[in-house]
Design a binder for this molecule. Structure first.
Ligand code: ZN
Length: 261
């Protein structure tokens, strides 16, 4: 028993300095690691010293995304931009709504007075060319657009609805400058095949002469955010519509005004 106690005491005496040594070594390692850590922390800060380059980049980005000119943002402007990223105020109603009453399929189809006379000219010209043409859509109010979107989303889901139906405030029809055409008096069941009808072909070739552009051309979905709608035209005025058509019949509003969405 006595021997065992002595052995334990000896072991303790033997172990105690060993733990102190280990602690001392660990403390040394800790101090070295702390030193490296502090140095490496200070080092990247120095490396970031020429960070004004990053600031310059961010300044350039700010400069390149200057606010759009008022001709594209003023709701009553004939070239107001309305797309998936640019909306109209919920309470915006064109102050100059007129009723063309020309070959329209609905009870009353209203458009902005800015577009009404040109729209009548277009329809008369089509009639003279013996092209069947009917107006199926014009001004749509914010609230009605909201109903359309919610009904569509309920039917096909939000993801699918967003490809074809703008949310309230994001429809060009709220400007009173967008119109939908049909080759049939009912105007029902319109699809992309409308482009192959005489009416679709005539509009594609002549709408610009009356200040209207094909707003959602084929193959431009990534720019406009919407599918190909060969029946949807937008009034922008004869000068701009003709300038756009000369560049390309499929040039989008976004491309013409250099808008990066
Ligand atoms: Zn439309």
């Amino acid at each position: 028993m006595t021997d065992r106690i002595k052995n334990r005491q000896m072991n303790r005496k033997y172990k105690t300095p060993s733990i102190q040594k280990i602690l001392t070594v660990l403390l040394g390692i800790f101090i070295i690691l702390l030193g490296i850590s502090l140095w490496s922390r200070s080092h990247p800060i120095e490396a970031h010293a020429p960070s004004p380059a990053i600031d310059e980049n961010s300044t350039e980005e700010t400069n390149s995304s200057e606010p759009l000119p008022s001709e594209l943002t003023e709701p009553s402007s004939v070239t107001v931009l309305v797309d998936k990223y640019h909306s109209l105020p919920a309470d915006y109603v064109p102050s100059d709504l007129a009723e063309p009453y020309v070959n329209s399929t609905g009870e009353v189809i209203q458009v902005s007075a800015k577009a009404a006379d040109s729209l009548k000219e277009l329809i008369n010209a089509a009639n003279e060319a013996e092209i069947p043409i009917y107006l199926t859509g014009g001004y749509i109010s914010y609230d009605t657009q909201e109903d359309y979107y919610l009904a569509r989303a309920k039917l096909v889901g939000e993801a699918e609805a967003s490809k074809t139906t703008p949310k309230a405030g994001y429809s060009e029809h709220q400007t009173g400058l967008a119109v939908d055409f049909s080759n049939e008096p009912t105007g029902l069941g319109i699809s992309a095949s409308f482009a192959e009808t005489d009416t679709g072909k005539w509009l594609y070739a002549h709408a610009h002469e009356y200040g209207f552009i094909l707003r959602y051309p084929e193959g431009k979905e990534s720019i406009t955010g919407y599918s190909y709608f060969p029946w949807h035209y937008r009034y922008v005025g004869k000068d701009i519509a003709s300038a756009m058509y000369e560049k390309s019949p499929d040039l989008t509003f976004e491309e013409y005004f250099n808008i990066a969405n």
